[in-house]
Write a new protein. Sequence first.
Length: 67
Amino acid sequence: MANENKKIVTIEVLHLDDLGYGPEGKLTRRQWREECYNNYQSGDNAFLEWQNSWLILARNNKRQIHF
């Protein structure tokens, strides 16, 4: 009776060195994370400009960008 509410949880681990990240999908997860972090440290306005630059590219290519 104690196991009636038992649920199975599946956790996926991202492979940091797989390609497919960034505006064109040419970066690894590790490279993309570093790029995001470096641009974030440059300040709010600079980060937003950087972010908007590749969001336009992604929309034009109808590509989803993974973080």
